[in-house]
Design a protein around this ligand. Sequence first.
Ligand SMILES: Cc1ncc(COP(=O)(O)O)c(C=O)c1O
Length: 402
Amino acid sequence: MSRASIRVKSIPQNPHRVLINKAHELRRRGVKVYDYTAGQPGLPPCQEALEYFIEQVRKDPFKHFRYMPTQGLPELREAISQDLKKYGGIDVPANQILITTGGAEALYLTLATLLDEGDSVLLFDPSYSVYWDLARYLKLKVETCRQTHETGFNPDPECIKEKLGSKAKAVLFASPDNPTSRVISEEVAKTIMEVAHEKKAWVIYDVAYKHLVYEGEHIWLEKLDPALEQTVVVGSFSKDIAIPGGRLGYIYGPSDIMPELVKLKGILGIVAPVPMQWLAYYYLVNGFKEKYLAQVLPVYKSRRDAAYQGFKELIPGAKLHKPTASMYLFPDMTPYISKMGVSDVEFTLKLAESKGVVMLPGSIFGEAGRNHLRITFVTMKEEELVEGFKLLREFLEENKVL
Ligand SMILES: Cc1ncc(COP(=O)(O)O)c(C=O)c1O
């Protein structure tokens, strides 16, 4: 019996970690592993940016490694403000931006600052698994609206009208999404903002994948709330400039909320990693971000095409939506998994053990994700992506479900 607090013990161990450990164990045993689990960029960060950064650190190490005020490097906040203007045409003053230790911390800070214990938050089901865990940790109640294949994983606007503001004080969602990769429709975006304004509800908008869009465009929800009255936006540098281990994210939102967020951030770790703040700053002001995105987006798109096509051909009974953004395929494998008579968690563990193919079970993203698989398509080359799907097919055949 663990002696840890009840609060921490209330969070169940996420099967995500179990599968990551499984992949490590298989590698140690010399098995060739096809790892589709990581939500991380498939190419290294921009070489030119890194060289520039290292040169600057050499010139003045003290500047790059010292403490700094909690809100973050003023130069970086100003650069983000310019970047938001450039890509989204929106005006966010630098003093309304807080730099955080990754998007993950930004999510925690935002939920803890906007909501009290016992308040309800609206999540779209399925959603990023951390949302559910944070809600549990902060003792929030959760309302849900389902997102299904039939609507391209967009939630039903009627459900949002029914729940946001009346049953839930806030909605939290990502676009482009994890795990479904969908970009929110304009209709849903409009509904959310109309209801939020009318009922004074919070909109927490997670834009970690905003630059990874292959067809269509990212939805700048902020344009429907230009004064940022109801909207708090959570961003990340993990996916677009590809420094997930650098742990850097940011938040911008209403001017009365920002000081409270900064206060909480000050308690939780003082300030986001300072060297990484400089690195992100160099990325933004020297054009490295733009160059890097121009280089990686066609690669990710080609991998997306190969993964989608390969999966559809090899696993014909799965329901599969072609992602226009983000990093993930999210096929519904119900015909196979239910015929095998196992849970999706058991399915992924057996698949890993028997074929070295490691994918995430959809149920960790919510009840509506059950019997789906989350498959990252950006981290492997085209041929390797398809090789792993061939092994998945073999696994289904050996289990006599295909
Ligand atoms: C939807 C979403 N939001 C936020 C994050 C957090 O990213 P980070 O903490 O690395 O910035 C992730 C990471 O995968 C994500 O998928």
